[in-house]
Ligand binder design. Structure first.
Ligand code: SAM
Length: 281
């Protein structure tokens, strides 16, 4: 489902509204509507769900999401200067687009959206990881969102999908992969953006699993993982000292050698260790 809207090209929108990009707001805009349509297609059928977009900027991705048939889009934009440009899109899709001028870290999107919800955003780099961690650690699971389709700097995207044994493997990989399927759906060179950032970017697509891949108490798992990677170059028997009495026995019972380092330990093993830590309390 794709329909060409009657709105002006994004370069004209930026010029008309004098939207010079601000670094402090992580503003690197996507002006190619073919590209934003491609990103909007990554989550699949949008016609039966509401979409949350953080940081619509001049609205290139917003237009893609609406053209792909999203039932409703909530676009949260912190920069007031973008609002007149976004209002032009609201005029074309009055029933389906809601623009809110707010900081996405402070607004509860559930006041404006109803499930099922998909999140699709070209995130500002300065708040992207914080938003992802919030979405990955809600009080209950499954979360309110079905999927997250998010643009990150390539290095962050690689940390999300990283496997044990790699340099990029750590807390972000474990939090992402414990209760979601995570994959890199698209790579973008700096030149895809205006202005071009210094580094490449990638779109990560995460689909929420109905239940965690392995059983574990969320807080205990987060604590164990944070401790393990806080001193990632240390052997685990040193990095996790004090987390549980008889640590070495518990590491062995979870299938972990006490001399292993955090980056060698699989998600399944971390979950097994977290269960033992929880039971010991
Ligand atoms: N979606 C647009 C695109 O693809 O061209 C713009 C993406 S740009 C990387 C990030 C956008 O997020 C900017 O428009 C910026 O003003 C906005 N932004 C930055 N911090 C924000 C925050 N805390 N809450 C909401 N929007 C924010």
């Amino acid at each position: 489902m794709s329909q060409i809207d009657t709105l002006p090209p994004l370069r004209d929108v930026i010029a008309n509204h004098e939207l010079s990009a601000r670094k402090s707001l992580g503003q690197n805009f996507l002006l190619d509507l073919n590209l934003t349509a491609k990103i909007a297609r990554i989550p699949g059928d949008l016609t039966t769900c509401d979409v949350l977009e953080v940081g619509p900027g001049p609205g290139g991705l917003t237009r893609g999401l609406l053209a792909e048939g999203a039932r409703r889009v909530l676009a949260i934009e912190k920069d007031q200067r973008c609002l007149p440009a976004l209002e032009e899109i609201v005029a074309v899709y009055p029933e389906r687009l809601n623009v809110v001028n707010a900081d996405a870290l402070e607004l509860n999107p559930l006041e404006h959206l109803s499930p099922p919800i998909r999140v699709v955003s070209n995130l500002p780099y300065n708040v992207g990881t914080e938003l992802l961690i919030r979405w990955l650690t809600p009080p209950t699971w499954p979360p309110v969102w079905q999927s997250l389709t998010l643009m990150f700097q390539r290095e962050v995207a690689e940390r999300i999908v990283a496997q044990p044994g790699s340099k990029a493997y750590g807390r972000l990989a474990l939090l992402s992969q414990w209760r979601s399927d995570a994959r890199i759906a698209m790579h973008l060179p700096p030149g895809a953006f205006t202005p071009p950032p210094k580094v490449s970017s990638a779109v990560v697509h995460l689909t929420a699993l109905p239940k965690p891949r392995f059983e574990a108490d969320p807080r205990t798992l987060e604590h164990v993982v944070a401790r393990a990677f806080n001193q990632r170059r240390k052997m685990l028997r040193a990095a996790l000292k004090g987390v549980i009495p008889d640590l070495e026995d518990h590491l062995l019972a979870a299938g972990i050698a006490p001399t292993d380092r955090a980056e060698q330990v699989s998600l399944e093993q971390f979950c097994a260790l977290a269960r033992q830590v929880k039971e010991s309390k």
